[in-house]
Design a protein around this ligand. Sequence first.
Ligand code: SF4
Length: 321
Amino acid sequence: MNKPFTSRDEIAELYHRPLLDLVFQAAEVHRRHHPSQEIQVCTLQSIKTGGCSEDCGYCSQSVHYETSVAREKLLDKKEVLALAKEAKEGGSTRFCMGSAGRKVKDDEDFAEILEMVKGVSALGLEVCCTLGMLESKQAEQLKEAGLYAYNHNLDTGKNYYAKVVSTRGYEDRLRTIDRVAQAGISLCCGGILGMGESENDRIDLLLTLSELDPAPESVPVNVLVPIPGTPMEEKGQRVPTLELVRVIATARILLPTTMVRLSAGRESLNEVEQAFCFLAGANSIFSGDKLLTTPGPSADADKTLFDLLSLTPQKPYSREA
Ligand code: SF4
């Protein structure tokens, strides 16, 4: 077994190791805990876009910024189920539904979302939602409807969080994360690189993720896609791919059984760069040319990538077997 990393200093030491040694170690951990040729393919679908009262500095859906994204109403259940079926036929095994908003309200939309969760689950897909802050009862209702995972990102390290969002705090995030765990739902929780954070902030985020109990079932690692009109359009920095690889490798070692998802920003990586991310322990991607409101690679490009690297899509729920 790997030596557990318990202190911030140990995590910082790991993070700063020579990159090739770090990647080698991460690849070993990866192969001990996961089939190395399998990649989980997920589809992320916005079911209610725009009009969000939060001020996340990277987001096109916030009412605080003038962006090209307009407020829309909740998609119709039939339409969502048709999209989920299409995603399954396209090779996805997890379908994530995103609704913009600060928190879940006990209204008609939530009742409809519960029905969508039931419907998507009945298709044999792992179903995930990202709906904002949750009360315990709402988490229980989602679990009962068949929700497999709930996404609630921490975005960055706790000391940098206020530079990214002012309408809520890190503690609010951790509270919802706790409610998700209490309801017995798997947690999907990750962050975004390139928002002006320091390496220390990244290490802080990795520390918090490694301290979550139970460990997150998936950790999406996003690279900022600067959206015109948001504060991060100016403040965002290009993240060198080798820094992304370093974060993925550290996350893989700290969270050996977690799915590490190469998420937003993947479309700007070439095949060799993506292969290096997979070697460093990434084993999940979003498919489709749109991630909520940001671009992703085409299905054809992903098919070529899978063929070149002899990768196969992971079956749904296979980690439970
Ligand atoms: S990231 Fe989510 S919570 Fe933040 S502004 Fe966008 S939709 Fe709202």
